[in-house]
Design a protein around this ligand. Structure first.
Ligand SMILES: [Zn+2]
Length: 252
């Protein structure tokens, strides 16, 4: 067993359907080609993922075969670029092509199995991941989040705090509060992406939405992905197809 296999096995103790992010990109490309005849060059990629540098360091190489990425996300992947961001990249699609939106909060799991920390390049002590989510959770647990307080100087972080505050009892009751807080933010991201997507006009045939939990490993291990939804909307008919069963079926 290689180090990478061991790390994946550790990640799967928490996210049983996780695969390496390299594999998830391969699987999705295969599926989109088989189902819609789409090649990566016909797809404009927008991602809504955290600003954390580890996300860029561990970005999957094949994702660059798509056009982009357009960056929708701010802290922990919330789509802070808003309607203007969605509208901008939606106009950049090749004819008969697709808009692909990947959205995910993230959480670190290091080789030793600790959740919420990773070893970063050149460092010898683990550090927090997602740092923004951990900070917001710590403030929630200390009872220090004021309802409705969103300061312009720390707008993104305060927005995350308000999202957690709204689900305070659920997070407090969870066996693993950081994992639960990550789920809560993931659900808020999904809802906001759907709201933005419904109010956007596309020069495209398809709108593909993929929601996930992005799991960062230590810097030399890459990242892992647990896909939570994958759906494609035919923008001519308005019909949305759930692709998750086919994604999970390797023979599809
Ligand atoms: Zn983060």
């Amino acid at each position: 067993m290689t180090d990478a296999d061991r790390h994946l096995a550790t990640v799967r103790q928490h996210y049983p359907d996780a695969v390496t992010t390299v594999e998830t990109v391969d699987r999705q490309f295969d599926l989109l080609h088989a189902r819609y005849g789409l090649r990566p060059a016909q797809i404009v990629l927008a991602d809504s993922i955290c600003a954390d540098d580890v996300i860029s360091i561990e970005y999957p190489e094949r994702a660059y075969e798509m056009v982009g990425p357009f960056k929708l996300g701010g802290l922990n992947g919330f789509p802070f670029a808003g309607l203007t961001g969605m509208g901008a990249f939606a106009a950049h699609v090749p004819d008969e092509g697709a808009v692909y939106v990947y959205h995910a909060p993230h959480i670190g799991i290091s080789k030793d199995g600790s959740v919420g920390t990773i070893m970063r390049l050149g460092q010898h002590k683990p550090s927090g991941c997602c740092g923004a989510c951990r900070a917001a959770l710590a403030k929630l647990q200390a009872g220090q989040i004021t309802p409705g307080e969103v300061d312009e100087l720390d707008y993104q972080q305060h927005t995350l705090e308000q999202i957690l505050l709204a689900q305070g009892p659920r997070i407090a009751a969870a066996a693993h509060p950081l994992k639960e807080a990550t789920e809560v933010i993931g659900e808020a991201i999904t809802a906001r992406i759907d709201l933005l997507a419904a109010r956007t006009t596309y020069n495209a045939r398809y709108l593909i939405r993929v929601g996930a939990i992005l799991i960062n490993g230590d810097h030399d291990m890459g990242s892992f992905t647990s896909i939570r939804r994958m759906c494609a909307t035919d923008l001519r008919t308005g019909v949305t197809e759930d692709l998750l069963p086919a994604y999970h079926d390797r023979s599809a």
